[in-house]
Design a binder for this molecule. Structure first.
Ligand code: LLP
Length: 384
């Protein structure tokens, strides 16, 4: 919900644009920090959700680390102030160039997804006369009950190493002289609202820990990844995710030995609600079943509905009509998937009206493209 002054300000901005409410971002970070500090949990913000430098600087000021999935994310995080010794680097396909950049910056840890990857990191570390810390990303075989396009913890997913192979893999890693195995890493998927998969993840982690103990091995780091979901349907009622509830539940279920640290990599839950995409209505085109509201943003600006069938609440910010109508809200791109939502009820909408696409702070601006040679969306903040 935006007040009149903010909407008046929006009228002066060039559309389409992303607007970030930095107060809400700070409120979210305060809540997360409090919940994590209660148990000494370590947070690495998942840069992939939103790598806008203004946002990164604010997140970094809370003392959090960064979870990166490319060499450029590693470099960007460090440039924006994250300490290299709080940077973790995951991804199934790290290139030699990316590995070298991360090694040169002495990051905290590589989250490794295959034996061959670890052999290459070992070789490259040796060539630079370094040893480096690695964690094994295990595929825990857990269904996160989320959108199948962002479900990562199942056996047939390309991510991680089968948890059943733990012992063999550990033996191989221990033979690689320039690697120091410090922990196990998991990530089961994204936009997870059901606590059950996280509980199963704790159980799997405990089981893996016992296996390591049987091998006489003690690893200090347990990284449970990200994945906490947000309320896309009621952004005003639930602006801040329930971090405390999740972390309390983890604390109750996770077996943590003395000297061990527990890490998380939250992305969406940190930034989703503070961001809104705003677009102007270009044309209204009546059709037999519906009315098309054709807006100046397309899937090049916010791809989640077209790519995942994801929902973003759409609000008309400027209509003064008391009548409502049904609309299909669509973009200008020459593709039939360029649809934000179908058959939604809005107050009567006209050319020039501003529509807000809520909960767009995560995987919004960062996934924008220039297809059709379109310009990238503009960006504005609540504080300037
Ligand atoms: N850690 C790893 C290893 C990941 O792969 C991800 C997300 C995260 C942490 C952060 O997860 P989060 O807390 O944001 O759920 N573009 C999709 C989401 C892709 C998520 C990819 N990995 C979307 O728009 O829904």
């Amino acid at each position: 919900m935006f007040n009149k002054n903010v909407i008046e300000k929006f009228k002066t901005f060039s559309t389409p644009f992303y607007y970030y409410d930095l107060d809400l971002l700070r409120q979210t970070l305060d809540t997360l920090k409090k919940a994590a500090d209660k148990y000494g949990y370590k947070i690495h913000y998942a840069v992939k959700a939103n790598a806008n430098p203004e946002i990164l600087k604010i997140i970094c000021s809370y003392g959090f680390g960064a979870d990166c999935v490319s060499g450029n994310e590693v470099l960007k995080a460090i440039e924006c102030g994250f300490h290299a010794d709080k940077v973790v680097f995951a991804g199934v396909g790290k290139s030699d160039k990316e590995i070298i950049a991360a090694l040169k910056n002495d990051i905290f840890c590589f989250n490794c997804e295959s034996i061959q990857e670890m052999e290459i990191i070992n070789e490259l570390a040796e060539s630079l006369n370094k040893t480096t810390r690695v964690a094994l990303r295990l595929n825990p075989g857990i269904d996160a009950h989320t959108n199948q396009k962002i479900n990562t913890g199942l056996a047939d997913s390309k991510f991680g190493i089968d948890f059943n192979k733990l012992e063999d893999i550990v033996k191989t890693v221990l033979s690689l002289k320039n690697l120091q195995l410090i922990g196990l890493h998991y990530h089961i998927g994204s936009q997870i609202l059901d606590p059950e998969p996280f509980k199963l993840l704790c159980e799997r982690s405990n089981e893996m820990q016992s296996k390591l103990e049987k091998m006489g091995l003690h690893l200090d780091e347990i990284n449970l990844g990200g994945g906490l979901g947000v309320d896309y349907y009621n952004p005003d009622e639930n602006p801040v995710p329930e971090f405390e509830k999740l972390l309390d539940m983890i604390h109750e279920n996770l077996d943590v030995k003395s000297g061990q640290h527990v890490h998380f990599e939250f992305g969406r839950s940190v930034v989703a609600q503070c961001g809104t995409m705003v677009s102007k209505v270009l044309y209204i085109k009546p059709a037999t079943q519906t009315n098309f509201a054709i807006v100046d943003a397309g899937f090049t600006d916010l791809i989640r509905p077209a790519l995942y069938g994801a929902y973003h609440k759409i609000e008309n910010l400027t209509s003064e009509s008391s009548q409502t109508k049904k609309y299909d809200v669509v973009g200008p791109i020459c593709e039939s998937t360029d649809v934000f939502d179908k058959g939604i009820t809005l107050p009567e909408t006209r050319r020039g009206d501003l529509l807000a696409f809520r909960t767009a702070g995560a995987y919004g601006e960062i996934m924008a493209s220039q297809y059709n040679l379109r310009e990238l969306p503009n960006v504005y903040y609540s504080e300037n």
